[in-house]
Design a protein around this ligand. Structure first.
Ligand code: 10D
Ligand code: SF4
Length: 318
């Protein structure tokens, strides 16, 4: 859309609440900051601490060095494991090398890791519902030996799964999935394997489901929606899907500069939300870009309350 010279068009903006940082992301970022205070820079971080470039750049400015594998961490330097979790071999390798490590795995991801361990001890084969290649999936599947767990991405995978005589089955899920898609996959699993065991409380975390519920609540009032988050961020991508399935054209933007104004056009009501790894400063930046082109009337909508806070690792607060 070309910039206006006359009076700016009116734009009502509904800002979803909750949006943005969850308790696990808050904790992971604090762990990196505290590790830098404690050890001095550089502190290595295995994988992006959370999937957001602004967060990563800020921590890099404080002295964090981001790497993908433990091999890239020099001897004698501390390393932080990202919020998405790591396969069991990673802390073992760090210990073998005598590295100081801090685990920023979200406690809700660690809970799934413990469930996987218990199911293994109970001699059950695990069907893990998640997206191939995602670090959380690699981390959780890496809690048990290769043959003890199978990845299920779609309903077709449920039909194609060959139990090969295994009767003792159980399922677990990635924490950041689509609530609706996952319910369908679980229903298909239960229909095909009536004795399959599931988690007591579902593994999709409170932050993922609340952010999706807030989008569902505001979408019927919106003509378009912007989701602030990275293309690598599973929970952010799911928010775009939720809006689009409700018939609201939605786009993922990392920051204001990514907004495609031709696509944006001139909606009457715009919804805005942010993934669990997107800082509030990016929401403010997007609002500022809208103010430059529109007469914006912004208000918060949905109002699902969140009070979750996670404790920091003892070694960093003692
Ligand atoms: O891709 P994602 O949604 O799993 O991660 P992101 O870093 O965007 O958000 C935080 C979620 C975590 C660490 C998974 F639980
Ligand atoms: Fe933890 Fe959920 Fe946040 Fe992931 S999205 S870090 S599981 S609270």
């Amino acid at each position: 859309m070309a910039r206006m010279t006359g009076p700016k068009p009116l734009l009502e903006v509904l800002i979803a609440s909750p949006r943005g940082f969850c308790a696990g992301v808050d904790r992971a970022i604090k762990i990196v900051e505290l590790a830098i205070e404690r050890h001095g820079p550089p502190v290595y971080v295995r994988h992006e601490i959370v999937h957001n470039r602004t967060v990563v750049d800020q921590l890099r400015g404080l002295g964090a060095v981001f790497v993908e594998e433990l091999d890239e961490v020099p001897d004698g330097r501390p390393v932080v494991f990202s919020a998405h979790g790591v396969p069991k071999v990673v802390p073992l390798a760090a210990m073998a090398r005598g590295l100081d490590f801090h685990d920023a795995t979200c406690p809700l991801v660690s809970k799934v890791h413990r469930q996987a361990q218990r199911l293994l001890e109970d001699d059950r084969h695990i069907l893990f519902i998640g997206h191939a290649g995602h670090p959380e999936v690699i981390g959780t599947m890496g809690q048990v030996p290769d043959g003890a767990i199978s990845l299920i991405e779609t309903i077709d995978d449920v039909a194609a799964f060959d139990p090969a005589g295994r009767e003792r089955l159980a399922f677990l899920t990635q924490t950041t999935l689509s609530v609706d898609d996952t319910a369908e996959i679980i229903a298909a699993l239960q229909a095909r394997f009536p004795t399959i065991r599931g988690p007591k409380a579902e593994d999709i975390c409170y932050a993922t489901s609340n952010r999706q519920a807030a989008v569902k609540e505001i979408a019927p009032r919106c003509d378009k929606m912007l989701v602030i988050g990275a293309p690598t961020s599973s929970n952010s991508l799911r928010l775009v899907e939720v809006a689009e399935r409700l018939g609201v054209p939605a786009r993922l933007v990392e920051r204001a500069a990514d907004i495609d104004w031709d696509w944006f056009g001139a909606p009457r009501v715009l919804g805005i939300t942010a993934g669990a790894s997107a800082p509030e400063v990016l929401v403010a930046e997007v609002l500022e870009a809208l103010h430059q082109r529109f007469e914006v009337r912004a208000s918060e909508a949905a109002h699902i309350e969140e009070k979750m806070v996670f404790k920091l690792p003892r070694e960093l607060v003692a």
